[in-house]
Design a protein around this ligand. Sequence first.
Ligand SMILES: Cc1cc2nc3c(=O)[nH]c(=O)nc-3n(C[C@H](O)[C@H](O)[C@H](O)COP(=O)(O)OP(=O)(O)OC[C@H]3O[C@@H](n4cnc5c(N)ncnc54)[C@H](O)[C@@H]3O)c2cc1C
Length: 391
Amino acid sequence: MAGSLKPMELACSEDPWDAAVIGAGPAGSMAARDLAAAGARVLLVDRRAFPRDKVCGGCLNGQALAILRSAGLGDLPWRVGGRALGSFRLGVARRSVRLDLPAGMVVSRSRFDAELVATAVAAGATFLPGIEAEVGAIDGAFRRVRLGRAGNERTVRSRVVLLATGLGSPGLRDGLTPRTRVAAGSRVGAACLIGRGVERYEAGMIHMAVGKVGYVGLVIQDGGALHVAAALDPGECRRLGGPGAAAAEVLAEAGLPALDELTTARWRGTPGLTWRTRPLADERLFILGDAAGYVEPFTGEGIAWALASARAVAGPALDAIERWDVRLVGEWARRHARVVGRRQAICRAAAAVLRRPWLVRVACEVVSALPGSARRLVECLNAPPCFPEMS
Ligand SMILES: Cc1cc2nc3c(=O)[nH]c(=O)nc-3n(C[C@H](O)[C@H](O)[C@H](O)COP(=O)(O)OP(=O)(O)OC[C@H]3O[C@@H](n4cnc5c(N)ncnc54)[C@H](O)[C@@H]3O)c2cc1C
């Protein structure tokens, strides 16, 4: 019977759901998987058809790898053709410093995210790709979720809704309590793939160039292409004629090898990168991953934060399915601060330093003279968080 129904009708025929998860990036898929594995009836919805690409460097740090292991998914990055990363090279003002990484891998986001969705489905979640969703109003012991667009929409009900829609929190309708705010002067994200000239960039290493208009991260992916991801000042980007020209300027300023293809590559962009949503929960609604707020991605932590917040939300979400209690709003804020908030504070400080290339140059000199201090910072950013009830 299910096979003869269209996806949205299928979702309606199973109404009401225990949990509706909006957005199937790392945050949404991991949360859907944990809830389904705990016995909840879970609907996972994404507006894009899968596999889908994502503006991202695709680097998994030690924290992300540890969280995957804690979920029994330690082999997932290898299954999707991930490559190990052993070092990090920072280039600024024609000087460079190299650090060893305690752990790290680079993956293709389209393959990684599709595989994570597959694990959620294997755990029992129902996945609807290609369908936009929006958080709706409270309806008795449920929250409504609108599926599809005006003219072809359906409404389902769910005991709890998880919003994991990424940057900007799309899907959060006006009129709901949580509000998003982009930080003044926020940089925008941009990414592309380069096929030629990549031999000048060593594999197994994250190359990072810092300049006045932003910074650019480069890493060789599975298949040998060079993945380029950047955080750029939007005004300077326009003045220079686009992200390719801005990225080329950053590489030249930092002294990293030039890449002719940068200006002709197909770039994809994001809205402002540094922003936040507050509060992080409302009645029968929890917000996680980038949708909860984000800091410039210099340290490649976003996927770890998404996975960490997904694993941490499972406890409050299961409680909410059982019985809604207003105290869960504060409980989620505290948990989120514990697993993500402190690490974002470190990245906010790093982002402030990165806006001053002279300060980065000083930091490089300190790192060259005292490599132990940098090692400790890298270890701190890579340390796995602790999830008492999910271990
Ligand atoms: C330039 C750049 C480089 C980066 N490099 C790295 C890196 O190297 N390492 C790292 O760890 N992090 C990196 N990040 C950050 C990382 O990409 C994000 O933190 C991570 O993807 C967040 O996961 P998420 O699940 O919260 O959101 P996303 O991965 O953005 O997933 C959100 C999903 O929600 C879906 N969606 C949105 N709106 C709706 C809607 N209304 N209805 C249904 N579905 C919807 C989207 O289609 C998407 O699939 C980078 C980010 C940028 C911008």
